[in-house]
Design a binder for this molecule. Structure first.
Ligand SMILES: *[C@@H]1O[C@H](CO)[C@@H](O)[C@H](O)[C@H]1NC(C)=O
Length: 524
């Protein structure tokens, strides 16, 4: 089943090859060139292009691996000085590397779908029809995810392979192969360090469920527990050593680390990711307007965050936010979840839920969050969505708003149609397939409880107004809108942030109160 779906969606990806590509395309071309043409000690140093290497070393090796094939396709793309080079062959080649490396995503999704088949956590009402089974629905939601298609195959990134590694890791942990799961996660961390945000979940879960050994009399067995911690630590350290080792040999450890953690960037990305800080920024703006009316003594604003630059924005009325504050808020918001994970051992699904929640917390409160990071929440949520109704409901709300929030990434007018189709097809499929999975189990009852309540349905329809707003903006149909070019972006961030904050909070709340799905688990 998985390879059929993977094959079909790969064809769609081929169709997107000629579509708009963002500067991330040039970022990865430059990384191909640098890893191929420069000696190792130059990889994290050379700044011929402004798009310097800022992913951990395994990703650099990944680029190096592809550059070996790139040589055969068009050697010109491997010249460091060849900035913004995008011959047809180059585009074709780089697009293909994303499509091919998505095999890892397919393998990860296959692993999780096998888990769903082997552990029938819910008896689907259509168990006999494999296209409607929970495992197939999960495969479609993840492999054909509109977010991945938009970000990886139009905008250009490699989230597929990263998600694949995450899925493989989750799959191993669900099956109790904790050490293998930890290994996959270590590899993932060494490819993209954004996953550090969910590392606490791995730490807490593995310490409690893998390392915590009680002896025969129920007492804590220090020696055995410590040896387990030691083994896990060794796995992580060895992986990281293989990754960073060559750079440590060149005395470049700090050079690399400084590239990986650039704290000079501002609170928000040029386009505000729809999180808590959007509400904060907007509150600040509203207070400024209010203050001017009421004649408050306000300091002068130096730059506007909507100016489209990655820079620090001074809040005028509300206190300015520092990286320390965002870190504190992120960690604090994760605490109740981690506590629950620690105090309710023996439930691997709680591990997946905590992963989703902690990714959500860091999305909501993190420093310089990209809108694309919502995929780290949405993709694992695809797995939980096919299991319990309450989680499917959260998945729908978060997908509706999170995927729409990716629209500004694909801003050229010719992308309007593409993104609208991807979004609508995916959302319709999600609604239909999940509604079908969770339809009433009483054969006589034709009534289906809708997955969204009326309030959420009204919210969902609001996106059509946003879309009209975008069309008006793009085609300059209204002078009022043209005069304030950032109004649309701000409206999108604001509207999407409502859904995302609501969806994640609801999911969090469900997890914290003695899980409603625990009760249901017995029914099925
Ligand atoms: C980067 O590499 C190019 C090409 O080899 C070289 O000309 C340039 O001097 C290097 N720049 C730095 C800062 O090392």
């Amino acid at each position: 089943m998985w390879w059929k779906i993977f094959g079909l969606v790969s064809c769609i990806k081929l169709l997107l090859m000629e579509a708009y590509k963002s500067t991330d395309f040039e970022v990865h071309r430059n990384w191909l060139a640098m890893t191929h043409s420069l000696p190792l000690n130059q990889w994290y140093v050379n700044d011929t292009s402004i798009w310097t290497l800022d992913y951990p070393p395994f990703f650099a090796w990944f680029e190096y691996f592809w550059s070996l094939a790139a040589r055969l396709v068009d050697p010109e793309m491997l010249l460091v000085s060849n900035l913004n080079y995008d011959s047809r062959a180059t585009v074709f080649f780089q697009r293909s590397t994303v499509i091919i490396s998505d095999i890892v995503l397919a393998l990860g999704a296959k692993k999780l779908s096998h888990y769903l088949c082997a552990h029938p956590l819910r008896k689907s009402s259509n168990q006999n029809h494999k296209w409607f089974s929970p495992s197939t629905v999960f495969l479609c939601l993840s492999l054909c995810n509109a977010g991945l298609l938009m970000v990886d195959h139009v905008h250009f990134q490699y989230n597929g392979i990263l998600t694949g590694l995450l899925f493989l890791s989750i799959g191993e942990i669900l099956e109790g192969n904790h050490e293998l799961g930890a290994f996959y996660f270590s590899v993932l961390l060494n490819m993209k360090h954004i996953y550090l945000y969910v590392a606490p979940v791995y730490g807490v879960y593995l310490l409690r469920n893998h390392c915590w050994i009680e002896g025969k009399n129920g007492a804590f067995d220090v020696k055995k527990s410590l040896s387990k911690v030691g083994r896990l630590g060794t796995i992580f350290l060895l992986t990281t050593l293989v990754s960073f080792g060559p750079f440590i040999v060149h005395g470049q450890l700090f050079v690399v680390l400084r590239r990986l953690f650039p704290f000079k960037r501002g609170l928000c990305h040029s386009y505000w990711a729809p999180n808590f800080w959007v509400l904060y920024n907007i509150a600040d703006k509203v207070l400024v307007i209010l203050g001017r009316r009421l004649g408050w003594p306000l300091k002068e604003i130096r730059g506007s965050m909507t100016a489209g630059l990655v820079q620090e924005y001074p809040h005028t009325v509300l206190p300015s936010v520092t990286p320390g504050i965002t870190l504190l808020l992120t960690v604090a918001s994760m605490m109740p979840c981690l506590w629950k994970l620690w105090s309710h051992p023996g439930n691997p699904l709680h591990f997946v839920r905590s992963l989703i929640i902690c990714a959500g917390c860091s999305f909501l409160f993190g420093w310089h969050v990209h809108e694309k990071a919502i995929l780290i929440v949405i993709l694992p949520l695809c797995f939980m969505a096919v299991l319990w109704r309450a989680e499917a409901e959260c998945f729908l709300v978060v997908s509706l708003s999170g995927l729409y929030s990716l629209f500004p990434l694909l801003y050229p007018p010719e992308m309007l149609f593409v993104k609208a189709v991807l979004y609508l097809v995916f959302i319709s499929y999600s609604f239909n397939s999940l509604q079908n999975l969770f339809r009433s189990r009483h054969p006589n009852s034709s009534f289906q409880f809708p997955l969204l309540n009326s309030f959420e349905t009204i919210y969902a329809f609001g996106f059509s107004f946003l879309f009209v707003f975008e069309i008006v903006q793009l085609h300059k149909l209204s002078r009022l809108v043209s005069a304030y070019p950032f109004l649309y972006l701000m409206a999108t961030s604001f509207y999407c942030s409502l859904g995302i904050i609501y969806g994640i909070s609801r999911y969090y709340w469900n997890f914290l109160k003695t899980a409603p799905w625990k009760r249901k688990q017995k029914v099925f």
